[in-house]
Design a binder for this molecule. Sequence first.
Ligand code: NI
Length: 277
Amino acid sequence: MERLLTRKVCALWVPCLYSCSRNMSSFHRCVPQKLSHQTPQHLLQRKLQKKSTIILRCAGEMKREKPMSWKLFAVMTVCCGGLYAGYEYFDRRWKKEKIMATYGNVGSPQIGGAWTLTDHNEVERTDKEFRGKWLLVYFGFTHCPDICPDELEKIAKVVDHFNKQPNGPRVKPLFVTIDPERDTKEIMKKYCEEFTPELLGLTGTREQLQSIYEKFHVYFKYGEEDETGDYLVDHTLLTYLMTPDGLYADHFSKRSTFDKMIQNMTLRMDKKESNKS
Ligand code: NI
């Protein structure tokens, strides 16, 4: 609405300026011409009628004035266009800076953000520690019978593909539990090492976990317990790719193959490199 109003106001500049300049130019041309023909005596005689006469004469002159030339109109249009383009440019820049200052993320969905968790070695970790590395963030639970292991295996292969290149970008996989009751640090450590020593299991307090779930829009729902007390957790099956600046880049689903992930990530990494240089 604000933008629309601004556009409307800007669109009115041209006719307004056209009209103003026409009137102004008529007035300036009219008044000195009329006054120059008046002698002081003449003016005194017509003291009481002076103002109204001049105004009437000017009005008469103005009626006979030729419309503003097309050249001047074109110049004014270009000037107004320039002003409008300048306004649009700075307005967009200010808004972008404002969003950057508020969220630190522009042009992409609001996924991710600051978090603090504890890893499977009982070390406190924050998102900032991983700056400079591409992150693959996966949310799951160690008791998952099939999907989580399949996804983590695929992630491990992708990470290995990039990290074995000596000068390539580094990729760090993170596994955030959605079942902190059962996923103790010991269980997570053993579980993660089965896939790749690079995989870091993360857990935390209820508040810390809730915060990261919200930031990554993670959905999960606990199933009913069976007679042995075991239960399943229905959950989001996405792997989030985060840039070395900690921003959301993309996500991969169960259907994203190893080749597709490599292809997509390579493209993004190359683009990031070319933007840097
Ligand atoms: Ni699972």
